[in-house]
Design a protein around this ligand. Structure first.
Ligand code: ATP
Ligand code: MG
Length: 357
């Protein structure tokens, strides 16, 4: 069996492992802190399920392997400064930005990019962590520990957030899932809906953008592109060179999930355009205790990550999928009382979107 080592042992690694079974691939997620170094042969594949990793004996061991895929690109994408520079070089729309240097001042940033500015730490941010808003009318200053460690981005008055998950193989073949509509709250993904007829006209624009990015990096595997939609224009928010939370619905809603697609691409197996089945909705479980009644919701799959529950922490997700939209709406009505009250706005948003279809 071909061995695939995964740098990172969170839920994404676990779901890659789950997807590997029908491909007869032997997937081993590894936590960066693991002290035992596995014996890796030249024929083995090494991939990642996280963008950032600490410098440990294990991460050095994995990233020095000949089978380490996309080695050249990870450093560039993990640092927002390089990622944004790369997007500018490729002439791909992205929120106007400036580097935050040691001598940056809020006033100068406002003069160049606008009244409302989002500072984002160059590395290490996720789920809205590593963000700081600078509002000119409040006279905010750049906190000193953000100097030389962040980029400043113009606030985009977007209508909605869409993401595209695609994959590329070593021969340059590319496949894409349909655009996914995402709802974030405080920087955390709460829910996704796909496919959506009303954004179909943006699909080719999105594919051209992500295709160009993957080709330019000679990228192999799944990559996700998070976008803002302003009228009919897509603006890239950020890239994730890995399987992505907004692609979790593909576990239920596509003939090949993003996890299987990634494994196919990195291990040289055929990738094929994923046929999408029915209507999918994904609800993230954020900081909620496990409720076994979720397992009774019709037309759904429940993924529980087995992590300690903490406020704001992603601890699982629920995919709802059915050929008939009405069945998805019914499942949501049943799920709603099984989640905390703060999910009310999430359910309203999803139900509104489904009603428009
Ligand atoms: P992830 O968990 O996806 O890695 P993150 O915390 O790294 O996210 P971003 O995706 O850059 O950070 O931002 C999180 C959310 O903050 C976005 O999905 C969006 O809702 C909001 N946001 C980010 N950048 C901007 C911007 N320039 N203008 C307006 N809102 C923004
Ligand atoms: Mg994001």
């Amino acid at each position: 069996m071909t061995k695939v080592w995964v740098l990172g042992a969170g839920q994404l690694g676990a779901m890659l492992q789950q997807a590997a079974y029908p491909l007869a691939l032997d997937v081993h997620p590894l936590a960066p802190e693991d002290e035992t170094l596995p014996e890796i042969s030249a024929a083995d594949i090494v991939t990642v399920e996280r963008e950032q990793w600490p410098d440990t004996a294990l991460t050095r061991h994995l990233s020095s392997q000949p089978g380490f895929i996309n080695a050249a690109i990870f450093g560039r994408i993990a640092d927002r400064l390089y990622q944004k520079t790369m997007l500018d070089e490729l002439e791909i729309n992205t929120a106007p930005w400036l580097p935050v240097t040691a001598s940056s001042h809020a006033e100068a940033l406002h003069a160049e990019i606008g009244e409302d500015i989002l500072l984002k730490r160059r590395t290490g941010g996720y789920d809205g962590k590593g963000q700081f808003w600078l509002y000119q009318d409040q006279g905010d200053e750049i906190p000193s520990d953000w100097l030389d460690a962040a980029i400043a981005e113009q606030k985009i008055p977007f209508e909605e957030e869409l993401s595209l998950v695609g994959a590329r193989d070593a021969d340059g073949n590319k496949v894409f899932y349909p655009l996914t509509l995402n709802l974030h709250s405080n920087g955390i993904l709460m829910a996704s809906v796909a496919p959506l007829e009303r954004v179909k006209h943006l699909q080719s624009q999105a594919e051209a953008m992500l295709g160009k990015i993957m080709d330019s990096a000679n990228y192999i595997g799944v990559m996700a592109m998070e976008c803002f939609r302003v009228k009919d224009k897509l603006i890239v928010n950020e890239l994730a060179p890995r399987v992505h939370n907004s692609g979790h619905w593909t576990q239920a809603g596509a003939c090949v999930s993003q996890f299987e697609m990634h494994l196919r691409a990195v291990s040289g197996l055929p990738i094929k355009a994923p046929e999408v089945r029915g209507q999918s909705v994904m609800i993230n479980l954020i900081g909620v205790a496990r409720n076994i009644d979720w397992l009774n919701i019709p037309s759904s799959q429940c993924y529980w990550y087995g992590k300690d529950v903490r406020p704001g922490r992603k601890v699982g997700h629920i995919n709802i999928n059915h050929p008939n939209k009405k069945a998805v709406q019914t499942a949501l009505v049943k799920l709603r009382p099984l989640l905390p009250e703060n999910y009310g706005a999430v359910f309203d948003w999803v139900q509104d979107e489904l009603a428009k279809i």
